[in-house]
Design a protein around this ligand. Structure first.
Ligand code: ADP
Ligand code: MG
Length: 390
C-alpha cells in the first residue's frame, strides 16, 4: 500500500517540532527485467519502475542543520549545513542523503537548514534499488529547497544521484537504478542506452505478469565482488584493445566480433565479457519479443540471461539458483532469472496471469522446505518515475 501524504504529514509533525508544512517527494524502486551489470559497461538495460517507493518530506528549519530522520531505521542523523561540503562518508545509511546534498552543492546551490523525514516501501538490499529510491527522492527534496538557485534537468538528477552513490557512498554503480527511478513509465519497461543516456519505452504484453521473489538472503561478497567485476571488465577491454584499439568499453564489441576475437582474451575476463556482451544483446532480443507479444521467447531469453550470470559472471548463489530452477518447472511460468547486483536478493519471473496463485504457493513451499524461509512475492506493475506528491 502506497504511503499517502496525510500519514506522512502527521508523522513528520510528530517527529520534528517544525510548524512549516513539508513538501513531499516520491521516488520509486525498480526491478530490472534484463541486462545485468551491463550499465557500467555502457550497454543496454531494461528496468521497470515500481509502485514501491521512498518518500521524503522536507521543510525549512532555523537550527542551522540538516536533520535527517529515517522512519524505517528509527534513527536521526544531524549535520551542520556548513559542514556538508567537506563531510566524509561514515559508511552508514545517511551517506546516501549527504552524498546527494554534496552533489547539489557542487552544482552551485546553497545548503539550507531543513528537517527531512524519510520512509520507504522498497525492501533494502534485495536488488530492487532502495538506494536509488532514497537518493532520487532526497535529490528532489534538496533541489526544492534550492529551487531559486539551480534547476537541473531530470537527467542531471539521475546523474547526480549516481555520482553520490559511486563517489561518496563508494559503490561503483552504473546509471540504471537512478535513471529508472527518475524516468519510470506506467505500462512500459525502459530500454535504456547507458552510453547515450536516452531510452525507449517498451510496452509489455498483456498476457504476462511480472513477479519478483525475494530470497531474503544476501551474501556478504556483494560490494567487493561488484568491484572485482568492474575491474575484470576493464581487463577484458584492455585485452580486446590489443586487437582493436578503437574499443573503449564492452559496449563497442558486438556479439559477432566477440566470437571472432575471444581466444585472445584471458579466460576469466573472457567469461565476464561474454556475459556483458550477450546480456546487452539479450536486452534488445527481449524488447523485440515483448513488442511482438512473444512471451515464450521472452521467457527463453530470461533463462539464458540467468545461466550467463550463474556460469559466466558468477554472481548468483545457491538459494537464487534454487528459486529459478524450481520456478521454471512450474506450470504457466515462461521464465525466471536473478535481478539486481547479485549474491542474493530477488528473482524476477514471467508468469501467465491464471498461474500466479499456484506459482506462489508451490515456490513458497519448495523454498521453505529447503531453506526454512518463506520468500516474499511482489507484483511488479510499471509505475511512474519520481516526482512531487500531490
Ligand atoms: P538496494 O539498493 O538493492 O536496496 P543497497 O545496498 O544498494 O541495496 O542499498 C541499501 C541501503 O540503502 C541500506 O542499507 C541503507 O543504507 C540505505 N537505505 C535505503 N532505504 C533506506 C531508508 N528508508 N532509510 C535509511 N536508509 C535506507
Ligand atoms: Mg542499490
Amino acid at each position: 500500500m502506497a504511503l499517502v501524504s496525510g500519514e506522512i504529514l502527521a508523522a513528520f509533525r510528530e517527529h520534528f517540532s517544525n510548524a512549516s508544512i513539508p513538501t513531499i517527494y516520491r521516488a520509486p524502486g525498480r526491478v530490472n527485467l534484463i541486462g545485468e551489470h551491463t550499465d557500467y559497461n555502457l550497454g543496454f538495460v531494461l528496468p521497470i519502475a515500481l509502485e514501491m517507493s521512498c518518500y521524503v518530506a522536507i521543510a525549512p528549519a532555523s537550527h542551522g542543520q540538516l536533520r535527517i530522520f529515517s522512519r524505517d531505521l528509527d534513527e536521526e542523523f544531524d549535520l551542520a549545513t556548513d559542514v556538508v561540503p567537506t563531510a566524509s562518508p561514515m559508511h552508514k545509511w545517511h551517506d546516501y542523503v549527504i552524498g546527494v546534498a554534496r552533489e547539489i552543492y557542487k552544482l552551485g546551490a546553497p545548503i539550507r537548514s531543513a528537517d527531512i523525514w524519510i520512509a520507504s516501501e522498497v525492501p533494502t538490499g534485495a536488488g530492487l534499488s532502495s538506494s536509488a529510491a532514497l537518493e532520487v527522492s532526497s535529490g528532489l527534496a534538496f533541489l526544492n529547497s534550492a529551487a531559486d538557485s539551480v534547476t537541473p534537468e531530470r537527467l542531471e538528477l539521475a546523474r547526480l544521484a549516481q555520482r553520490a552513490e559511486s563517489q561518496f557512498v563508494g559503490m561503483p554503480c552504473g546509471i540504471m537504478d537512478q535513471y529508472a527511478s527518475v524516468f519510470g513509465q506506467e505500462h512500459s519497461a525502459l530500454k535504456i542506452d547507458c552510453r547515450s543516456l536516452t531510452h525507449e519505452d517498451v510496452p509489455l504484453p498483456e498476457g504476462v505478469e511480472i513477479i519478483a521473489v525475494n530470497s531474503l538472503v544476501k551474501h556478504e561478497l556483494g560490494t567487493s565482488a561488484y568491484r572485482e567485476r568492474v575491474a575484470e571488465c576493464a581487463e577484458a577491454v584492455a585485452a580486446i584493445q590489443q586487437a582493436d584499439s578503437s574499443v573503449r568499453s564492452l559496449r563497442d564489441v558486438p556479439v559477432q566480433l566477440f566470437q571472432e576475437i575471444q581466444d585472445s582474451i584471458p579466460l576469466l575476463p573472457r567469461r565476464r565479457a561474454r556475459h556483458v556482451i550477450t546480456d546487452s544483446q539479450r536486452v534488445l532480443d527481449f524488447a523485440a519479443a515483448a513488442r511482438a507479444q512473444d512471451v515464450g521467447e521472452m521467457g527463453r531469453v530470461f533463462v539464458a540471461s540467468h545461466r550467463s550470470m550463474q556460469y559466466d559472471y558468477e554472481i548468483s548463489c545457491e538459494e537464487i539458483d534454487f528459486l529459478v530452477d524450481t520456478a521454471i518447472k512450474l506450470p504457466g511460468v515462461y521464465g525466471s532469472r536473478m535481478t539486481g547486483g547479485g549474491f542474493g536478493g530477488c528473482t524476477v519471473n514471467l508468469v501467465a496471469p491464471g498461474a500466479s496463485k499456484e506459482f506462489r504457493e508451490r515456490l513458497s513451499n519448495a523454498y521453505h522446505e529447503r531453506y526454512s524461509i518463506r520468500p516474499v512475492f511482489y507484483d511488479c506493475v510499471p509505475a511512474q518515475g519520481a516526482g512531487k506528491l500531490k
